[in-house]
Design a protein around this ligand. Structure first.
Ligand code: HEC
Length: 147
């Protein structure tokens, strides 16, 4: 048997914990992220669709996620050694394990646009990320949707 008054005590603690829980969730889920105003353009959305339909992600990664047969393509469009022409030719020529796709010039442009806009969102790997003692990671960002 609990002493009289104990139930109220537990109810109080329970309510306080519920309040903390609700407040904490509200903070997390309503926080404005840096990416709120990031939208792919129409053209890039078409490229993304081609990217998904053709399973490019089975071999390539964006931000390290995907298959590992081919290279990560997050920042491939800002690689000075790799021109747009080169990247488009890679999509349709079939080099070693990279399959040959039958994309029209328009489709090549759309995929390239998708990769360019992904590239604008950040760096991968993010070599300049700093892990603070608090556990938070400060990472280097790119300017998003600059126009
Ligand atoms: C079966 C695995 C596979 C699939 C699927 C695949 N790729 Fe590749 N891709 C590769 C490999 C492997 C390479 C590296 C080729 C080489 O240089 O030897 C590559 C290279 C590339 C490159 C050049 C990257 C660079 O840094 O030189 C681009 C661009 C590319 N792929 C785009 C795509 C796109 C777009 C798709 C989907 C339409 C796709 N790939 C689907 C395996 C794949």
């Amino acid at each position: 048997m609990r002493p009289a008054g104990m139930n109220k005590y537990y109810t109080g603690i329970f309510l306080i914990m519920m309040l903390i829980y609700v407040f904490y969730n509200k903070e997390i889920y309503t926080e404005k992220s840096d990416y709120d105003n990031f939208r792919l353009s129409e053209k890039a959305l078409k490229g993304e669709r081609l990217w998904l339909e053709n399973n490019c992600n089975a071999c390539h990664q964006l931000y390290g996620l995907g298959g590992y047969l081919g290279p990560d393509l997050t920042n491939v469009t800002s690689n000075a050694g790799k021109s747009s022409e080169y990247l488009k030719v890679m999509m349709i020529s079939g080099v070693r394990s990279m399959p040959k796709f039958e994309f029209s010039p328009l489709q090549q442009d759309q995929i390239l646009q998708f990769l360019k806009e992904v590239d604008k969102t950040g760096y991968y790997p993010n070599k300049k990320a700093v892990v603070n003692y608090s556990g938070w990671v400060q990472y280097q960002k790119k300017v998003i949707n600059e126009k």
